[in-house]
Design a protein around this ligand. Structure first.
Ligand code: DGT
Ligand code: CA
Ligand code: CA
Length: 541
């Protein structure tokens, strides 16, 4: 997981910074770093090879289940003969796992859930992996003289958190040449079907991509159709029918099949008496009625973000220095950055204590002077919300900070009431500015913990605490559905990168995507505020 979320090849990191570099990755300690070093040098890990020889166990897939490490896999093999996911499922359904020492009923249920998550996730890929690849396919297509236009459609254009496949639309007078070129791109591993209008290929990232080539006059209609969602399209088509028209991927036609509109997407909506609808809103959640009444909200855009209020450095589980993170934030056009390292309870992330924060903040002050207004660094922490709802740093330490981000990192399996009170107690403390990744889910890996987000939003509203939209591709937390549910509350949001690396500021667009899917406008998001006002905004006393 930690390795997957890195944008840099681990071997490059190793070349540059050796075993220390490896250990700077979140969740990787000395033992694991040693094994990675061994793998980079020799292409093998002796311990792993030995284990594989000794036990006929499908470690690779079994350890993808949450809560399942090699040790447990071996134990399950020795006691129950479990070798793979199928045999584990059988052992679970006959309740053999819960009777084992060290397992119990709860861990049996957790394993069962873990398997469901793993299997349910099959085929749906994180937007954060798919979108950059879709963009590089589009730019390669556009690089060819034979392609007039190319655009991403489908769930990727709608910025859904996960995508089933990538859909791309292109205009060309030479469809066959374009399909040939597409099938030969370096990210393509095999071709599923190839025709002059539609080609489907497998990509090396593990998903498929549909390319459709259409005539120029149908571009708008095809865009509208292939952007979806299906549910949205069904409603739009009903409106067309009610006006005596026909709408399909080729255009909007009258009853004599005469084309009314086809080349331009906005014009098609307009001919139906509607305003053009942002792709992120096309989910049939009420956008069609608003569009007819010309009352669509003006959604927040990436360009509206002026700063980032959640980031990490090498001092805890980030991979870059404070100076490097500051420069990266500047190059992403940000005017302020809160540096919010982990606190002491989070040992896996080398969490810091009060003294370490004080020392670190001296460096932040010094760098702020040097930056001379190019970027304003805010002194902060991502403070752990402990099981009893108290915060993992002293009041004095928290009081001195510009931006306190609070988060749950442990004790996930509480009841909804317990978890809601725990988080509300933290919000009530008066020291918190932002509640980070409020549901704790990791897409395809960990379910959100049980929490009453409406109650949390009410308390956050009362105390002036913002709810985070964490932009990390595997988090996207709050997600679009939660944002949508509380969009009319007065509570404010903060769209943060949670950057652990200089490249992670690129993630902000995924958080913005969630916000847009939840219909948020710029005035609901605190970090759209200019640098000179943010300190006051965050000043909670
Ligand atoms: P995905 O790939 O599961 O993340 O979701 P989409 O929305 O990208 O779905 P996909 O790839 O099956 O199809 C792309 C778009 O094409 C979809 O959003 C709407 C349109 N579409 C596909 N099949 C149908 C259909 O049977 N009826 C209608 N109205 N639209 C369709
Ligand atoms: Ca798709
Ligand atoms: Ca598709």
């Amino acid at each position: 997981m930690a390795l997957l979320s890195m944008d840099e090849d681990v071997s490059k990191l190793y070349e540059r910074s050796g075993i220390e570099g490896l250990m700077s990755i979140s969740g990787i300690g000395k033992g694991l770093a040693g094994k990675i070093e061994e793998y980079i040098k020799t292409g093998h890990v002796k311990k792993h090879d030995e284990l594989k020889k000794k036990y006929p166990i499908d470690f690779e897939n079994l350890t993808k289940i949450e809560g399942m490490g090699a040790k447990r896999a071996i134990m399950l093999y020795q006691r129950l003969g479990v070798t793979d996911i199928q045999s584990l499922k059988e052992a679970i359904s006959s309740h053999k796992v819960m009777s084992l020492e060290g397992f119990g009923e709860k861990s049996e249920q957790l394993l069962e859930k873990g398997i469901e998550m793993l299997e349910g996730s099959k085929g749906r890929m994180l937007l954060g992996y798919a979108l950059p690849v879709a963009e590089s396919i589009v730019s390669e297509l556009l690089g060819s003289k034979k392609v007039e236009k190319a655009i991403i459609c489908g769930s990727t254009r709608r910025m859904k958190e996960t995508i089933g496949d990538i859909d791309i639309l292109a205009i060309s007078q030479h469809p066959e040449d374009v399909m040939d070129m597409f099938a030969k791109m370096k990210m393509v591993t095999s071709t599923v079907v190839k025709g002059p209008t539609k080609t489907t290929v497998w990509l090396d990232i593990g998903t498929t991509c549909d390319l459709r080539v259409i005539a120029p006059e149908s571009f708008g209609a095809a865009m509208q159709y292939f952007t979806g969602s299906k549910e949205h399209n069904v409603e739009v088509r009903k409106i067309a029918i009610s006006k005596g028209y026909k709408l399909n991927e080729y255009g909007l036609f009258d009853k004599n099949d005469k084309v009314i509109s086809a080349i331009d997407e906005a014009d098609i909506y307009s001919r139906l008496g509607m305003d053009w609808i942002e792709p992120e809103m096309r989910e049939n959640r009420g956008e069609i009625a608003l569009s007819k009444k010309h009352k669509l909200p003006k959604l927040i855009t990436l360009g509206d973000l002026k700063g980032d209020l959640h980031s990490h450095t090498k001092e805890t589980d980030g991979t870059n220095t404070l100076e490097e993170m500051a420069e990266a934030a500047i190059s992403h056009g940000l005017k302020y950055l809160a540096v919010t390292n982990h606190t002491k309870s989070l040992r896996v992330a080398k969490g810091m204590d009060e003294k370490k924060f004080a020392e670190f903040f001296k460096r932040v002050d010094a760098l702020n002077e040097k930056l001379d207004g190019r970027l304003k660094l805010l002194k902060g922490a991502e403070v752990d919300i402990l099981k009893d709802g108290s915060l993992d740093l002293s009041a004095a330490s928290l009081k001195g900070m510009d931006c306190v981000v609070a988060a749950v990192h442990s004790g996930f399996s509480m009841s909804i009431d317990e978890m809601t009170s725990r988080v509300i107690k933290a919000i009530d403390s008066g020291y918190v500015d932002i509640l980070a990744h409020p549901t704790g889910r990791i897409i395809n890996e960990r379910e959100p913990y049980a929490i009453d987000i409406r109650k949390v939003a009410e308390k956050a509203e009362e105390k002036g605490v913002a709810l985070e939209i964490d932009s990390y591709p595997s988090r996207l937390d709050l997600n679009d559905a939660s944002i949508f549910a509380i969009r009319d509350y007065k509570v404010m949001f903060s769209i943060d990168s949670d950057a652990h690396n200089v490249s992670h500021f690129n993630y902000l667009r995924y958080g913005v995507g969630m916000a847009r899917r939840g219909w948020l406008t710029k005035d609901k998001v605190i970090n759209t505020m200019p640098a000179k006002h943010i300190a006051k905004m965050l000043d909670r006393k």
